[in-house]
Design a protein. Structure first.
Length: 458
C-alpha cells in the first residue's frame, strides 16, 4: 500500500535508539514512520505532512512533550498523542492526559506493550475520521463534496469555514480550477447564521463584459435596447445573504469600482436609474489567478483587492494532499454507486494506489469524473485498477530525453497538436472559454479566433 494511505506515525525523542525502536515497531504494524529529535522539528514535520499518531518523550531538549502536545492539538485536533516517560515523571504524564494526550507509557517499555498502544491509537484515529466523514455527509443538504480530508491544508480550510460561517467578513478564496472553491463558499454560507438567506453564485468569467453591470446590479425599463421591464440584479437577489463572485479577476475596471462601493458603503444604483439602493450582503470571491500580479499589471484595483482579501483562504490542489484521495474516492463511490446500476462496495488496494499515484491536473472535479467512469466500467463487487481510466493526453517524451527525435507526439502535425491542446484546455475548464484561455496563456479573443479556425466556435 502507498505511504499516502497508511497510518502516519511521528516519533519524537532526543535519543536516536528510542526513535529507531519505536519506528521499527510502527513499521511492523504497517505504519508510515517519521522521526524528530525535538519539539520544534516535530512541529515543522507536522505542518508539512500531518501525522495521525505522535509518540513523544516527556523530556525534550528545549520544549517539553507537554508543550508539543499543546501545539499538535492546536494544529491537528484529530491527531492522537502518547507520552513516553520515566518512572519519576508519571504524575506529569497523567497531567498531560488531562490536556488531551491519549495515554502514556513508561520507559523502558516492552515491545508488545508499545505495539498494543499504537494499535489502540490507530483504531481511534480510524473511528474519528470515519465519524467525521459521516458528519460531513449529513451535516447539510447542500453538496459539499471535495472539502473533506485529514491533510494539513484541508484541516486549515475546515477550521476557517467554522470561524467564518457566522460572520459577514469578506472572503477571498484562491485555488486551481476544480479544487472546490464554490463548495467552500457554499459551506461558509449554509453552515452558518445566513443559511436561511439566499446564496447567489456568479461566474464572472462566463459573463460578457458589456452585460456584467446589468447582471450584477440590475436595470430599469428602457435602460438599453431590449430592456422591456425592470429586473433586479444578483446583489439584490442575495440581499441579507451571500453573493459568491467566482473568477473575480475577470471583472472589468469599471465594474470593480461599483463592487468597491458595495463593499464600503453597501449601496448601488441599477443600470438606468439614479435611485440609490441599500443592500446587506456578504461577499465571497474566488480566483484561480494571481491577483497580486494583476495589481502590478494594473488590471485589478488595489483598494478592491484589500477589501476582498480581509480573510484569504487557499484551497490546495489535490496533488498536494494525496492522503485525502482515499477519503474522496470512497465518498464519491458512496454517492455515485446507487445510480450506477452496479453493487460496488469498495475500491481495491491496486486501484487506490493508481488513484494516489496520479497527478490530478483537474483536481477533485476530475477525481469524481474518474470514479463515475469507473463505476460504469466495473463488473465486479469493487473497483479494480483496470476500471480506473486516467488522463493519457500527455504523450510526448521529456525534452531531456536524448533519444527524442521529434518535437511533436508521433503521428501528429502542428495543427493537430494545437487542436488537441485546445480541446484539452476546454475539457479541463468545463467549456468555460475564459478559464481555458488562461490555462493556455491566451486572451479570450485569441482563443475564440483559434476556435473559429477549427470550426468549433459555435
Amino acid at each position: 500500500m502507498s505511504d499516502d494511505l497508511k497510518i502516519k506515525l511521528l516519533v519524537v525523542d532526543d535519543e536516536q535508539s528510542i526513535r529507531r525502536l519505536c519506528m521499527t515497531i510502527g513499521g511492523s504494524l504497517g505504519y508510515a514512520c517519521d522521526e524528530a529529535e525535538s519539539a520544534e522539528a516535530a512541529v515543522t514535520r507536522a505542518e508539512t505532512d500531518a501525522p495521525d499518531l505522535v509518540l513523544t518523550d516527556l523530556k525534550l531538549p528545549t520544549q517539553s512533550g507537554v508543550d508539543l502536545l499543546k501545539r499538535i492539538k492546536s494544529l491537528l485536533p484529530r491527531t492522537e498523542v502518547a507520552i513516553m516517560t520515566g518512572h519519576g515523571s508519571i504524575e506529569s504524564a497523567v497531567d498531560a492526559m488531562k490536556l488531551g494526550a491519549y495515554d502514556y507509557i513508561e520507559k523502558p517499555f516492552r515491545v508488545e506493550k508499545m505495539r498494543l498502544l499504537l494499535q489502540r491509537m490507530a483504531e481511534k484515529v480510524r473511528l474519528v475520521n470515519e465519524n467525521a466523514f459521516l458528519r460531513e455527509k449529513v451535516n447539510t443538504d447542500e453538496n459539499l463534496d471535495g472539502i473533506i480530508g485529514s491533510s494539513v491544508g484541508m484541516q486549515d480550510v475546515l477550521r476557517m469555514i467554522s470561524r467564518l460561517k457566522d460572520t459577514r467578513t469578506p472572503v477571498l478564496i484562491s485555488g486551481e480550477s476544480g479544487t472546490g472553491k464554490e463548495l467552500v463558499a457554499r459551506a461558509i454560507h449554509f453552515r452558518g447564521a445566513l443559511a436561511q438567506s439566499s446564496f447567489v453564485a456568479v461566474d464572472c468569467g462566463a459573463l460578457v463584459p458589456t452585460l456584467m453591470e446589468s447582471e450584477l446590479f440590475g436595470y430599469e425599463k428602457g435602460a438599453f435596447t431590449g430592456a422591456v421591464g425592470s429586473k433586479p440584479g444578483k446583489f439584490e437577489q442575495a440581499d441579507t445573504g451571500t453573493v459568491f463572485l467566482d473568477e473575480i479577476g475577470d471583472v472589468p475596471a469599471a465594474i470593480q469600482v461599483k463592487l468597491l462601493r458595495i463593499l464600503q458603503e453597501r449601496e448601488f444604483e441599477r443600470l438606468g436609474s439614479n435611485v440609490t439602493r441599500h443592500i446587506d450582503v456578504r461577499v465571497v470571491a474566488a480566483t484561480n489567478q494571481d491577483l497580486r500580479a494583476a495589481l502590478e499589471q494594473g488590471t485589478f484595483r488595489e483598494d478592491l483587492y484589500y477589501r476582498l482579501n480581509v480573510v484569504p483562504m487557499n484551497i490546495p490542489p489535490l496533488r498536494e494532499r494525496k492522503q485525502d484521495i482515499s477519503f474522496l474516492a470512497n465518498h464519491f463511490l458512496r454517492k455515485l454507486a446507487p445510480d450506477s446500476g452496479h453493487e460496488v462496495e469498495g475500491i481495491s488496494d491496486a486501484a487506490m494506489e493508481k488513484l494516489v499515484g496520479y497527478h490530478w491536473p483537474g483536481n477533485v472535479r476530475e477525481l469524481e469524473n474518474v470514479i463515475e467512469r469507473a463505476l460504469i466500467l466495473c463488473r465486479g463487487g469493487q473497483l479494480e485498477a483496470d476500471d480506473i481510466k486516467l488522463e493519457t493526453a500527455h504523450r510526448s517524451r521529456p525534452a531531456s530525453d536524448p533519444n527524442q527525435h521529434h518535437f511533436l507526439p508521433e503521428g501528429l502535425t502542428l495543427d493537430q497538436y494545437e487542436q488537441e491542446i485546445i480541446r484539452e484546455a476546454l475539457r479541463r475548464a468545463d467549456g468555460n472559454k475564459s478559464q481555458a484561455a488562461r490555462l493556455l496563456g491566451l486572451t479570450r479573443n485569441a482563443l475564440r479566433y483559434r476556435l473559429t479556425q477549427m470550426g468549433l466556435e459555435a
